[in-house]
Design a protein around this ligand. Structure first.
Ligand code: SAM
Length: 231
């Protein structure tokens, strides 16, 4: 969907006073939303630990070892791509929504002022991952990724008390429900050289297949599908 078409659907993009790109959803009970990578905690011992669930899920060794090349196929506002790049992974981040991609591109540009070394490890590509996976070399994406990371939209929360963060609510208004997530998992399993990681709500069912292993966080888990043989 183009920015023009998305705008017709009830939201708009504009610039805040400090120049950042903002998404405003018409009639929403929350204010404008932007992507902000520089506020994500990456320096604490917990964030840097190779024993934390995300690092374990993508297969980082406890110390040393080679760094996997990760394709974050559902980049959204870039939080997971940023965490992975901060851990030292080279990340190719795909996003199909033109509006979300614009917010992410803007955030990465702003983050360059404070964390250029993390930005240098992230390559953004606009497009649908299903199409990009099918045309990987022609899309100039380089070597096949060791790991494909997927974080499709979680099912909406039922309890009022458990409202999502405003960024996720705004994203949901723009992109909907990612109903093709199972097809994306199938395609990811064909592309990834070592493993596919799917982020899920803690108590939700797995996406179609039974994972090899799950790494649990406080409110979510990573389902890990290890390839039988490295490609
Ligand atoms: C839950 S959000 C991801 C949040 C992200 N992990 C973060 O840290 O901000 C899901 C995003 O994936 C994108 N997406 C879903 N399916 C996709 C596909 N097949 N190709 C590219 N992007 C996709 C959606 O447009 C949405 O922006």
């Amino acid at each position: 969907m183009s920015v023009e078409e998305e705008r017709k659907s009830g939201w708009s993009l504009g610039r805040a006073d400090d120049g950042r790109l903002e998404l405003t959803v018409d009639g929403a009970p929350y204010g404008p939303v932007s992507a902000d990578l520089s506020t994500i905690e990456v320096k604490s011992p917990a964030a840097r630990s190779r024993r934390q669930p995300l690092a374990r899920a993508v297969g980082l060794a406890r110390s040393g070892g080679d760094m996997p090349r990760v394709c974050d196929a559902t980049a959204g506002l870039g939080g997971d791509a940023w965490l992975l790049a901060a851990l030292g992974c080279e990340v190719i981040a795909l996003e199909r929504s033109e509006v979300v991609f614009a917010l992410l591109e803007d955030a990465l540009e702003r983050a360059r002022a404070t964390a250029p070394e993390i930005c240098d490890r992230i390559q953004l590509v606009h497009g649908d991952a299903l199409e990009i996976f099918a045309n990987w070399p022609e899309r100039g994406c380089g070597a096949c990724p060791d790991v494909v990371f997927l974080d499709p939209m979680f099912p909406p929360k039922k309890k009022k008390a458990a409202l999502e963060r405003k960024e996720m609510r705004a994203l949901r208004s723009v992109v909907g429900e990612d109903a093709d997530a199972s097809a994306l998992l199938d395609a990811a399993l064909k592309l990834a050289r070592r493993r596919v990681v799917v982020k899920r709500p803690l108590h939700a069912e797995s996406l179609a297949l039974q994972p090899t292993v799950s790494q649990k966080g406080k409110s979510m888990r990573y389902d890990v599908y290890v390839q039988a043989q490295s490609k």
